[in-house]
Write a protein that binds this ligand. Sequence first.
Ligand SMILES: Cc1cc2nc3c(=O)[nH]c(=O)nc-3n(C[C@H](O)[C@H](O)[C@H](O)COP(=O)(O)OP(=O)(O)OC[C@H]3O[C@@H](n4cnc5c(N)ncnc54)[C@H](O)[C@@H]3O)c2cc1C
Length: 152
Amino acid sequence: MFDAAIVGGGITGISTALQLQQSGKKCILLEAANIGSGTTGGTTAHLNDFFDTTFTEAINDFGKDNAQLLAEVGQEAIGIIETNLKNYNIDSNFERKKAYLFALDEKQEKQLEDIVDGASKVGHEMMYVDEILFLIPFKKQSPFLIRHSFIP
Ligand SMILES: Cc1cc2nc3c(=O)[nH]c(=O)nc-3n(C[C@H](O)[C@H](O)[C@H](O)COP(=O)(O)OP(=O)(O)OC[C@H]3O[C@@H](n4cnc5c(N)ncnc54)[C@H](O)[C@@H]3O)c2cc1C
């Protein structure tokens, strides 16, 4: 007998099963094909605590408290993956890196300001920088730095 059946052995199902197992539950993982053969097998494995939905959008749609929760769980999720990699000796080349968003025109510059503003409201660390490491032209003062992690 099992306490939980998890359908799908992608990162979502595997992570859920592991968390449940670590909390003492007996789990069965049901996978129709092969473990990690779905979308997870095709990912670029770039872990980011900054999402396609900006914190400004999250605040507008779900309120500040929920947007703050989103910011916190985004960072927590990366921490869980990092811990699992260490605990299970998974050779992944996990590295924490800086990431940059930059504006190419005035419209994007306004979008950046909104993004930075929303991020500051939920305590997500971002800052403007004058230089980026890449040879990409951008409007001065527009790029900013965000924390993110990367598994090649
Ligand atoms: C090209 C590409 C690049 C990406 N890059 C990134 C990235 O850099 N960073 C990022 O965060 N995200 C990225 N993503 C998105 C990310 O890969 C997915 O959000 C994530 O892998 C989804 O995982 P999942 O476990 O929810 O789904 P899946 O990995 O698709 O797992 C679902 C599993 O369920 C199984 N299944 C389905 N139906 C059944 C059933 N009835 N019974 C049993 N098993 C079933 C499938 O076989 C599959 O193995 C990328 C996606 C793609 C396609």
